[in-house]
Design a protein around this ligand. Structure first.
Ligand code: HEM
Length: 410
C-alpha cells in the first residue's frame, strides 16, 4: 500500500476543519493536509497551499486575485442579495486593480511609519487605561474575561480614537464587528450570511452619520481628514469612503483583539517568556512575531487564478480558487525549525500573518506597536495574573482567537 492510501482524503480533512472541534484546534488537521504536499490539488477544482514558500509567493502573484465582485460571481452566485458581501467588495481588501490601487493610495498615507510613531503617546495612554480597567475589575479576586474587557476594549479604543468614534459607542460594537467577520468563514448556505448582513447594514448607517457629522463639524480625527480629502479630490465615492472606514474599524478591532488575547494566554502558559517580557521591553517584538506565527489571528486567505497558470509545478486553470492556509505555512518545517514550539527568540521569524504583496496589512505597524506596548504593561502591573478557567476559542476558522479568556489578577 502506498503512503497516500493511508492518508485521509483532503476533502474529509477540510470537512473536519469546519466542525466545532476542528475550529478549536486546527493544527493537527493542517499537518494531515500537509502530508498530501505543500500544494494540495483537489481534482483541479480547488487548490490549498500548506507550505510557507507557496503561500508567500501566491500573496505576491498579481494573477492570483482577491475576492472582488467579479470573482464572487463565480464563487458564490446570489451573493449580491447580501449586504455583507455587497459592502465587503467595495473595500480595498476585496478589490483588485485598478480599484485596489485607487483605494489603497487614498488611505495609506494616514498609516505611514511616521504617523504610527506620532501615535505612540496616545497608545501609551490608552494602554495604561486598559490595564487600570482590568486591575479595577479584578480587585478582590473577581474573575475578569480579558476578551471584552482588555483585548477588544483596547483595540477598539485605539482605532476609535483615530477614527473619531466616541468612546460611548465603542463597547456596543463588539457584537456587530464579530458578526461581520463570520461572513469571511467558508459557508454551506447563503443564509449563513444573514447575521453579517444585518451587522453590516447597521455599521454602514453608523458611518454614513459619522461622515455627515464630520463634514459639518470636522475634528482632529482621520474620518474628518478622509472626508476633507474625498470632498476636494473626487477620487472616491461616498460609498467607497464608508466601505473603507468600516474595513478600518473591523480590521483594527478583530485581528488585534485576537492577537492580544493569544499573546496573554501564551504568556501565562510560558512564565519564563512572560518574565522576559516584563523585564526587557526589547523582547516584546519577538514575542509579537512568534504569537503571530504560532497562533495566527488570521489563519487562511483566499485568492482566485485570473488566468491559466503553472504554480510550483501544478497546473491551475483560470477561475480556480486557491486557499492559502497561512496558519499551516507558519508551521512549515522546511521554513521553521521545531515549528510546534513557541519560541519568541526565534531568529529570522517572518510569519505570513500580515499577508504580503499588494494587500499587505495597512495596519501592521500600528498593530505591532500597540501589542508591544499593552501586553508587557499588563504583565508588569499584574504579576499574579492567572487563568481562572480554561479559555475557549471562537467558533471560527479564518479568525483565530479566544471567545473567553477568564483570568484572576490576584
Ligand atoms: C494583529 C493584527 C492584524 C492582523 C493579523 C491583520 C491581518 C491582515 C491581513 C492578513 C491582511 C491581508 C489579507 C489578504 O491579503 O487577503 C490585512 C489587510 C488589511 N489590514 Fe490588517 N491586520 C491586523 C491589524 C490591522 C489594523 C490595526 C488595521 C487598521 C489600522 C488593519 C487594516 C488593514 C487594511 C485596511 C487591510 C487591507 C489592505 C489592502 O487590501 O491593501 N489591519 N490585514
Amino acid at each position: 500500500m502506498s503512503q497516500t492510501d493511508t492518508l485521509a482524503d483532503p476533502l474529509d480533512i477540510m470537512g473536519r476543519l469546519l466542525t466545532p472541534e476542528g475550529k478549536q484546534n486546527p493544527y493537527p488537521l493542517y499537518e494531515e493536509m500537509r502530508a498530501h504536499g505543500s500544494l494540495v490539488d483537489i481534482g483541479g477544482a480547488h487548490l490549498f497551499a500548506t507550505g510557507y514558500a507557496e503561500c508567500a509567493r501566491a500573496l505576491r502573484e498579481p494573477d492570483l486575485l482577491s475576492t472582488d465582485g467579479a470573482v464572487q460571481d463565480g464563487k458564490m452566485p446570489g451573493w449580491r442579495e447580501h449586504a455583507s458581501w455587497r459592502w465587503l467588495t467595495k473595500n480595498m481588501l476585496f478589490s483588485n486593480d485598478p480599484d485596489h490601487e485607487r483605494l489603497r493610495r487614498f488611505f495609506s498615507g494616514a498609516f505611514s511609519a511616521r504617523s504610527v510613531a506620532n501615535w505612540r503617546p496616545m497608545v501609551d495612554r490608552l494602554a495604561e487605561d486598559a490595564v487600570q480597567h482590568v486591575a479595577e475589575l479584578g480587585a478582590g479576586g473577581r474573575p475578569v474575561d480579558l476578551v471584552p474587557e482588555f483585548s477588544f476594549r483596547f483595540a477598539t479604543a485605539v482605532i476609535g480614537e483615530l477614527l473619531g468614534i466616541p468612546e460611548k459607542d465603542q463597547a456596543g460594537m463588539r457584537g456587530i464587528i464579530g458578526d461581520i467577520t463570520t461572513a469571511l468563514d467558508p459557508i454551506g448556505d447563503l443564509a449563513e450570511l444573514e447575521p453579517g448582513d444585518a451587522a453590516m447594514e447597521q455599521l454602514a448607517e453608523y458611518f454614513y452619520e459619522l461622515v455627515a457629522q464630520r463634514r459639518t463639524a470636522p475634528g482632529p480625527d482621520l474620518t474628518s481628514a478622509f472626508v476633507r480629502a474625498r470632498d476636494t479630490g473626487g477620487e472616491l465615492t461616498e460609498e467607497d469612503l464608508v466601505a473603507n472606514l468600516m474595513l478600518l474599524l473591523v480590521a483594527a478591532a478583530e485581528a488585534p483583539q485576537d492577537l492580544l488575547s493569544n499573546m496573554v494566554r501564551l504568556a501565562l502558559e510560558h512564565p519564563e517568556h512572560a518574565d522576559r517580557l516584563r523585564a526587557n521591553p526589547r523582547s516584546a517584538a519577538g514575542f509579537v512575531d512568534e504569537t503571530l506565527r504560532f497562533e495566527p489571528a488570521v489563519q487562511a486567505l483566499n485568492r482566485v487564478a485570473a488566468r491559466d497558470m503553472w504554480y510550483f509545478g501544478v497546473r491551475v486553470a483560470e477561475g480556480t480558487p486557491v486557499t492559502l492556509i497561512i496558519g499551516a505555512g507558519n508551521r512549515d518545517p522546511r521554513r521553521f525549525s521545531d515549528p510546534g514550539v513557541f519560541d519568541p527568540e526565534r531568529p529570522d521569524n517572518q510569519p505570513l500573518t500580515f499577508s504580503a504583496g499588494a494587500h499587505y496589512c495597512l495596519g501592521a505597524a500600528l498593530a505591532r506597536m500597540s501589542a508591544e506596548t499593552v501586553v508587557p504593561q499588563l504583565l508588569r502591573r499584574l504579576p499574579e495574573l492567572t487563568l481562572a478557567e480554561p479559555p475557549t476559542f471562537r467558533n471560527q476558522l479564518v479568525q483565530r482567537g479566544h471567545g473567553r479568556l477568564p483570568v484572576r489578577t490576584a
